[in-house]
Ligand binder design. Sequence first.
Ligand code: SF4
Length: 400
Amino acid sequence: GQCVLVCPTGALGERDETDKVLEMIYDPEIVTVFQFAPAVRVAFGEEFGLPPGANVQGQIITALKRIGADIVLDTNFAADLVIMEESAELLKRLGAGKRPTFTSCCPAWINFAEIHYPQILPYLSSTKSPMQSMGVICKTYLPEKMGIDPKKIRTIAIMPCTAKKDEASRKQLELEGMAEIDVVLTTRELARLLRREGINLAKLEPSGFDNPYASEFSGAGAIFGTTGGVMEAAVRTMYYVANGTEYDRIEFEQLRGFEGVRSATVDMGGKIGVVKVAMCHGLKPARAIVEQVLAGQADFDFIEIMACPGGCVDGGGNLRSKKAYMPNALKRRATLYNVDRAQKVRQSHNNEQIQALYRDFLEKPYSDKAHHLLHTMYNDRKLTLTRTVKEIWQDLTMST
Ligand code: SF4
């Protein structure tokens, strides 16, 4: 049936697409490829009565396999891929004196920029979001490696976010007539789907990813789900690209606050020098920083924007924390930082599956092929009123 929920960030309706996913699963001709976002694993347990911040990554994999998923991948892998592309793009832009660059992984922010501030669009990173990048990998690299016809693949993304449904339907995110992402389910929809299938996530044994191409992730990929995480992940890799050595300080406390806008300076050493960054969560602070940039009053190289206060850990597709980022979102966030700390590999460029992807398929970050597949464009969608309210009213009254 149809169930409409309202997105707290963008007045987008949430269509229930669980039936569509079941049809794909039951079709023997179709290969279903699932992915789930960094924030989903630390928020989803709450749907089944587990404590906030519980990491249910392993139970989600088990649950998806049990409902019949053919392949389960990790959006965290694609977050690492996005960092490779975005870092290369950013360094290139810095070299050309283009500043600042805004992150582009949050579709509610992209919609906001396209509709309200089209003048800012040239400052947005062209790198696609992790969800879309994974969709591309699922319909190009994966079928090549696994010997599957790409036309038989359907990509299903489990997201903490209602705006991701809208992103998946963008015309410019199509790959030779195929959708990069076929269906987006919010965490709430996945919970409904599992209940319908009689699965209680809390009772499941965890299992691991078993795909050798697109499921490994670094600590940097894991922290994408919280405000400041994209910035921290990018800094780790940009430093390496610029200097050829790892940054000795892996964690950046000054990037981890919770104010609406936080700024910091990071010394990238050698070729780049000091970089000025800002992290912003919530659309009100985003509006303020955009206006500053347009007025020439902001002095930043790189700005991360997340439309939801707290970032995706408190996204509109999750169970909502009672008060903004308190207390559940804080617990979800703490778990993401712990996942990062526990990972052997903590930088995107050291993820071996990412290295193999570039070696075997994409050549290098920002190569022609990578640019063609993993970068996108934005449209001016400013709403302009061409008639006055009085004229519209006259039309309406005359036609009745
Ligand atoms: Fe979606 Fe909110 Fe995350 Fe943006 S911050 S991608 S709107 S969940």
